[in-house]
Unconditional design. Structure first.
Length: 275
């Protein structure tokens, strides 16, 4: 149980490790731990569940410890989880708790698991990560700043969004998919990638225009190289979001070939208009 001290929290980031301590009853079998992670907020009359982070699992191939209660700091015996930054309102001076509810299948093979390195970050602004111009929102300026950072190969720590030690295209994708929660190709950041975005970027007239580095996200640079060309269309349709609605509400990925046909059609129309 933890208190919120100071200002309201508007987002959280939960990280933790699941480690294998003991496999004496199942020495020769792989083990798997599965937990439902629940977030509860104090109401004055107990706690009420306000968020279900879903089920996390170690997978079925975690290495069994050589000895009972072996050193859990070994990477062989543990799996790390990062739930990412999630919008959630925690009022000032409120109390909350995180629960790990063991799945029924978690210990059927005789394993003992534990939780370690639990960390819960609380932020006053849901866009604290990736809001490089600090205007309180994730917008085109931020993604263009990240793209420039990648092209410059500066490796500034604040732009290393996925914390892998390097600022590269993986951070670009992370910003779009995980932080902005949208699709590669969503030029106007309305949460969807559709024909309207294609019309918008082709109307800007920068497709393979021969002018080095003049394109931005809003004019078709969807892979961060400063240009709008075929590579950006490939990146967008590979992401699978064309006419699929909002990213958070998608259950199935549409065939990308249909989208490419639409893109080619829009390109042809726009080029005819420019003549």
């Amino acid at each position: 149980m933890t208190d919120v001290i100071g200002n309201d929290a508007q987002s959280i980031q939960l990280t933790f490790d699941i480690e294998a301590w003991d496999a004496a009853g199942s020495r020769n079998n792989p083990g798997e731990a599965a937990f439902d992670v629940l977030f509860d907020l104090g109401t004055g009359n107990g706690f009420e569940q306000i968020m279900d982070l879903g089920t996390v699992t170690t997978g079925a191939n975690l290495v069994p410890p050589a000895d009972d209660f072996a050193d859990g700091n070994s990477a062989d015996y543990r799996v790390s989880f990062d739930a990412g930054i999630m919008p959630i309102h925690l009022p000032e001076n409120s109390q909350f708790r995180v629960r790990w509810k063991a799945n029924e299948e978690a210990s059927k093979r005789g394993w003992v698991f534990g939780l370690d390195n639990v960390s819960l970050g609380m932020f006053n602004d849901v866009s604290v990560l990736g809001d490089f111009d600090q205007n309180g929102k994730l917008d085109v300026t931020d993604i263009d700043m990240l793209a420039a950072e990648i092209r410059g190969e500066l490796n500034t720590a604040g732009f290393d969004l996925n914390e892998d030690g390097i600022v590269d295209s993986a951070d670009f994708t992370f910003w779009v998919q995980e932080l902005k929660q949208t699709w590669i190709g969503d030029a106007n950041f309305d949460g969807e990638f559709n024909s309207g975005d294609l019309v918008e970027v082709f109307k800007a007239g920068q497709y393979e225009d021969g002018i080095a580095g003049n394109s931005s996200w809003g004019t078709g640079d969807w892979n961060g190289d400063g240009e709008f060309d075929t590579g950006d269309l490939v990146a967008a349709f590979k992401d699978g979001g064309f006419e699929a609605g909002a990213r958070t509400g998608v259950n199935a990925v549409p065939e990308p070939t249909c989208g490419m046909i639409v893109a080619i059609g829009v390109l042809a129309i726009c080029r005819l208009r420019q003549r």
